[in-house]
Design a protein around this ligand. Structure first.
Ligand SMILES: [Fe+2]
Ligand SMILES: [Fe+2]
Length: 391
C-alpha cells in the first residue's frame, strides 16, 4: 500500500526531514513513501537527503522514496549501557565510552580506556546516598565562616593556630589531588562514584581555602612545612590502585584527621578556628564513610584484598621509616593549643590531651580496620604502622 506524507509549504532545510524520517520509520526496507509539498527546492533537497541517509529517490512526476536498509544496519549490534537507575553492571564495557548509563550505544565509537571498569574496584552501595548528601551539604566559604569575628590572640596562641593551619593546608592539597586523579580513571558507568569524588575534591578545595584564610587572618607569616610531612603525603599521590589509594587516604588518613579536626575544634581559641574546623569535619565524615564502605565492599568481594591492603600499609611504613613523620612544631602547636597558656601545669594538661588524641586516633583506625574485615590483632598492628604524620 503506497504511503504518502505531505510537507505542505515546509522545506526539507527547515525541519521537513523530521516528517519524512518519521514516516519512513513506520516502513520496512524496500517500502515506498511518496512525498508531496509546495517548497520549490523540495525535489533537489530530497535527492541529497536520501543519498545521505541511504534511501533510493525517484524525482519524476511524483517524489518517491524507497526505504534503504542503512538506518537499521546502523543500530545492528547496538546495546544498552546497563540500567540508568542502577545498580551499575558488574563489568562496564570500555566500548560504551562516555555514553549515559542506560543509553542505546551505537557500535564503533572510541573505547574509553578507563583504568577501573569493574564494579568491585570502585563501588560501594552507599555511594548514591553519599553523593546526594554531599551535593545538599555544599557551603559557601565566604558566608559559612564569620570572617569579621574578633581574632586577637596572644602571640604564642596565634602562632600555634597558624602553624596548625599551615600543616592542614598541605594535607588538604594532597586530599584534593587524590580524588581528582581517581575520578579521572573510573569508567563513567559508575557515575555516582565519579560524582561523589567530584564533590569530595570540591570539599577539599574549600578546606584549602578556609584554612589558608585563617592562617593569614593575623597578618603574620605562615608556619613551616616539614620534609617528612610532605614525604608522607607524597606516597599517597603515587598509589596506583583505586581501593588501596582510597584505603590509605580515606580510611587511615582522613579517618585519623577526623580526630585531629575534632581536637582543634574543641580547643579552638577563636571563633574562626572553631568554624573552619567544624565545617571541614562535617565533610571529612563523608569522605571516611565512602572509603570505609568501599574498602569493605572490595574485601567482601575478594577476601584476598585484605592481604594487599596490609602490604600497602607495610610498604608505606617502610618507605617512611627514615623520615621524621609529624612536623615537631605541629606537635608542639597542638600541645600549646590544648594548654591555652605557658603555665607548666597547663602545658602538662596540653601534653596529656595530645597523647589522648593519639590514642583516640589509634582506636578509631582499629575500629575502621575491624569493620573492613581485619581481625582485631591485625587491626592493632596495622594501626600502629600508620604514618606519624597522621595523613
Ligand atoms: Fe579536607
Ligand atoms: Fe577529605
Amino acid at each position: 500500500m503506497p504511503t504518502t506524507t505531505d510537507l505542505d509549504g515546509l522545506g526539507l532545510d527547515t525541519g521537513g526531514h523530521l516528517l519524512v524520517g518519521h514516516a519512513l520509520e513506520q516502513l520496512s526496507p524496500g517500502d515506498q513513501l511518496t512525498v508531496t509539498g509546495r517548497h520549490p527546492a523540495l525535489a533537489v533537497h530530497l535527492a541529497a537527503w536520501c543519498r545521505d541517509q541511504g534511501h533510493r529517490f525517484d524525482g519524476g512526476d511524483q517524489l518517491v522514496i524507497t526505504k534503504g536498509a542503512a538506518g537499521q544496519q546502523r543500530w545492528h549490534g547496538a546495546v544498552r549501557a546497563g540500567d540508568p537507575a542502577g545498580p551499575p553492571d558488574q563489568a562496564a564495557d570500555q566500548r560504551w565510552g562516555l555514553a549515559a548509563r542506560g543509553a542505546l550505544v551505537e557500535t564503533g565509537g572510541p573505547p574509553i580506556g578507563a583504568e577501573w571498569a569493574d564494579r568491585d574496584h570502585v563501588w560501594a552501595d552507599i555511594a548514591p546516598r553519599l553523593y546526594a548528601a554531599a551535593a545538599a551539604a555544599q557551603w559557601d566559604p565566604a558566608t559559612a565562616v564569620d570572617w569579621s569575628a574578633q581574632v586577637h590572640l596572644p602571640e604564642a596562641a596565634e602562632h600555634a593556630v597558624v602553624q596548625i593551619m599551615t600543616y592542614l593546608v598541605e594535607n588538604e592539597q594532597a586530599a584534593l589531588i587524590i580524588p581528582a586523579r581517581l575520578l579521572s580513571k573510573i569508567h563513567p558507568h559508575f557515575r555516582e562514584v565519579m560524582q561523589l569524588l567530584a564533590t569530595q575534591a570540591a570539599d577539599e578545595a574549600r578546606h584549602v581555602e578556609i584554612f589558608s584564610r585563617r592562617a593569614m587572618l593575623g597578618g603574620g607569616p605562615l608556619g613551616t612545612s616539614s620534609a617528612g610531612g610532605r614525604a608522607s603525603l607524597q606516597t599517597l599521590l603515587t598509589e596506583p590502585d583505586f581501593t588501596t589509594a582510597s584505603f590509605l587516604l580515606s580510611v587511615l588518613g582522613e579517618g585519623t584527621f577526623v580526630d585531629l579536626l575534632r581536637f582543634v575544634h574543641r580547643h579552638a581559641p577563636d571563633p574562626v578556628t572553631a568554624d573552619v574546623t567544624r565545617l571541614a569535619l562535617r565533610d571529612e565524615a563523608r569522605h571516611v564513610a565512602f572509603g570505609v564502605a568501599h574498602t569493605a565492599h572490595a574485601a567482601r568481594a575478594d577476601p584476598g584484598y585484605l592481604g594487599l591492603l596490609r602490604q600497602a600499609v607495610e610498604r608505606r611504613h617502610a618507605a617512611l621509616l627514615d623520615t621524621a613523620g609529624l612536623n615537631n612544631v605541629v606537635f608542639d602547636a597542638l600541645v600549646l593549643l590544648a594548654a591555652g597558656s605557658w603555665e607548666p601545669e597547663a602545658i602538662s594538661r596540653g601534653f596529656a590531651a595530645v597523647q589522648q588524641l593519639q590514642q583516640a586516633m589509634d582506636q578509631g583506625r582499629r575500629r575502621r580496620l575491624a569493620f573492613i574485615g581485619f581481625p582485631p590483632g591485625e587491626a592493632a598492628e596495622l594501626s600502629a604502622l600508620h604514618t606519624r604524620n597522621f595523613m
